[in-house]
Write a protein that binds this ligand. Structure first.
Ligand code: SF4
Length: 149
């Protein structure tokens, strides 16, 4: 975790993975990273390889075919790393949750730090989620026990 102050000061490089999305979430991710929103002013940049990334942006429910690939991509990202699930499908499996070919949300395969709901979420919501991720480094949100009476 010694690299964390360096990451916060310098930038957050993200690698985008589609594990079965309908592409609407992907279009919003691209929109969020375009010059109109100019996230590079915060040091947020899309990179072409998971080995260069600090964070994974994952869209779509996880299909059975994509699960192993997602796991391998996750393992290729150097520590410390964070995972951001973008869209209802990535958060929970969405409308495909009970499909025969879907395992569920991203957290069925790899640990998720930030959930950004929406179908699809707006670019502003995605940028907000990434900003939250920046604050979260090096902290992971603790799992809270929920008591329902
Ligand atoms: S959350 Fe909605 S827009 Fe995003 S991949 Fe799922 S169905 Fe498509």
């Amino acid at each position: 975790m010694k690299k964390v102050p360096y990451l916060i000061k310098k930038s957050l490089w993200v690698y985008h993975v589609n594990t079965g999305a309908c592409n609407a979430c992907d279009i919003e991710v691209v929109d969020a990273l375009m010059p109109y929103h100019d996230v590079e002013r915060f040091g947020i940049k899309l990179v072409p390889s998971p080995r260069q990334a600090d964070a994974l942006l994952v869209t779509g429910p996880v299909t059975r075919q994509a699960a192993l690939r997602l796991r391998r991509v996750y393992e290729a990202v150097p520590e410390p790393k964070i995972v951001i699930a973008v869209g209802n499908c990535a958060c929970t499996g969405g409308i495909w949750y009970d499909s025969y070919s879907i395992l569920g949300g991203v957290d069925k395969v790899i640990p998720v730090d930030i959930y950004i709901p929406g179908c699809p979420p707006k670019p502003q919501a995605i940028i907000y989620g990434i900003a939250q991720a920046l604050k979260l480094i090096p902290y992971r949100r603790p799992t809270k026990e929920i008591h329902v009476e």
